[in-house]
Design a protein around this ligand. Structure first.
Ligand code: ADP
Ligand code: MG
Length: 435
């Protein structure tokens, strides 16, 4: 038996984490977590819902593991487990500021924006369903709720839920033998919006129920809007029937914003909050945070808070200090193809030449794909450039590799570990490693 309980350790860890992430980030993702158990290799953290589990696993695993390693054993891995007692309490709330007016339109989200507006104005008449997909923090929920809010003002009967809530209500309805009410609730609306629909994949009964809901609404020309972190074809375990229905209407993607868009968003957010921030500071943040608008916003808030706290003028240098720990990608040294290939090759006991060469055995192919994936993640090279670096392969090959690895990491803990280790290696090469 360990002397300290998992909860005690976790509370200490939370104290450290609180200093390393933004306040909104901490509130949303970490505040309601608990330490459940631990042994030498694993620390189990209880989280309120699957969103939190997914989010933390994807975005903060390495930060949390780093913190826990300091408090427990070297090499300890964190695992997030949904604390089922709280699951049914979750219900997504509508944020008043998620409106079309507050949405900055850019080439990376123009299609999704236009389609969202059009279904909000004329539900059932244009694209049905509208399927919006894109990475974390790129504005899917914002657009969904903007549709919902506009529909409300037009007296359109709309319902917005997360796929998790849909699932929970379905399960409760079955247990309580109240499926008739469940059906009524979801099928007698003019517009049904389901956020993060990827969460229903693999839950067969829920999928089945959703399938019927979908058909009924669609037959009646009622609008369906879905948001997902990936396109229908890449949703694992989703039935073909449902997958093809997702493709009936319009599939609109949201891409990560380019620099000008990031800057425009920061300007809009500063204006919204009525704070004045110098242009060079906004530019600095826009350069640092690239992949996630939520983080972009969080960094701005944090920089502003930092300046207030120290009674200092907000300069790019101060902003740099404020955002340092938010995003591991923010203070990464530039990852060149050579560095990535070297680290990956070493880990897989191959040579960089194997990665650029023609060998196609499984181990080499996997290592090559991992290297492509990491290079894409580093966001310095275009897909075409990456292809070129790897012995002149075309950009479809690179896309395929990236998708495959990002999918496989979710399902294969061993691969996840390997990628994590390589990433760590790249972030802290031995000569500058702190611990
Ligand atoms: P997702 O659902 O895709 O993970 P969200 O819709 O929750 O992302 O967006 C994350 C944050 O970024 C929200 O605060 C949202 O208002 C903001 N945001 C995203 N895209 C835009 C945009 N184009 N203009 C303004 N704010 C945006
Ligand atoms: Mg969302």
């Amino acid at each position: 038996m360990e002397a300290r309980s998992a909860q005690q350790i976790w509370e200490t860890a939370l104290g450290e984490l609180q200093l390393q992430v933004t306040k909104p980030n901490y509130r949303t993702w970490l505040e309601k977590t608990t330490g459940l158990s631990y042994d030498e290799s694993r620390f189990v953290v209880g989280v309120p819902n699957t969103f939190a589990a997914e989010y933390l696993a994807r975005n903060q695993r390495s930060l949390i593991e780093k913190t826990l390693i300091g408090l427990t054993h070297p090499g300890v891995e964190v695992q997030f487990q949904v604390n089922s007692a709280r699951v049914t309490a979750t219900s997504p709330s509508i944020k008043a500021k998620y409106t079309f007016d507050n949405f900055v339109v850019s080439p990376s989200n123009r299609l999704a924006y236009a389609a969202a507006r059009s279904v909000a104005e004329k539900p059932g008449a244009s694209y049905n369903p509208l399927f919006i997909y894109g990475g974390v923090g790129l504005g899917k929920t914002h657009l969904m709720q903007a549709i919902y809010q506009l529909a409300q003002t037009e007296n359109i009967k709309a319902l917005y839920v997360s796929a998790e809530q849909f699932t929970n209500e379905f399960v409760s309805a079955i247990q309580a033998k109240s499926t008739a009410e469940f059906r009524h609730k979801f099928r007698h609306v003019d517009m049904l919006l389901i956020d993060d629909i990827q969460f229903i994949s693999g839950k067969e009964q829920t999928e089945e129920s959703f399938f019927h809901t979908f058909n009924e609404l669609h037959n009646a020309n009622h609008q369906i809007v879905l948001a997902s972190d990936r396109p229908p074809k890449s949703m694992p375990h989703i039935g073909d029937r449902l997958c093809s229905r997702f493709e009936w209407g319009l599939i609109a993607d949201i891409q990560p914003p380019d620099f000008d868009t990031r800057l425009a968003i920061l300007k809009a957010k500063a204006k919204q909050q009525e704070v004045e921030v110098a242009l060079d500071v906004l530019e600095f943040i826009a350069q640092r945070i690239r992949q996630n608008i939520r983080e972009l916003e969080g960094s701005l808030n944090r920089a502003v808070a930092y300046a207030k706290l120290f009674g200092a003028i907000l300069t790019p240098e101060l902003a740099a200090r404020a955002v340092q720990d938010i995003s591991p990608s923010a203070n990464q040294t530039t990852l060149t193809p050579e560095l990535v290939m070297k680290a990956v090759a070493e880990r897989f006991r191959l040579t960089p030449a194997d990665l650029t060469g023609r060998k196609r055995d499984r181990a080499t192919a996997l290592a090559r794909q991992v290297a492509m994936y990491l290079l894409k993640e580093a966001n310095n090279c275009s897909l075409a450039q990456i292809g070129l670096e790897f012995g002149n392969r075309d950009h479809a090959t690179v896309i395929h590799a990236c998708r495959k690895i990002s999918r496989d990491i979710d399902n294969d803990p061993y691969l996840r570990r390997q990628v994590l280790d390589i990433r760590k290696e790249l972030q802290h090469p031995p000569e500058v490693r702190r611990r």
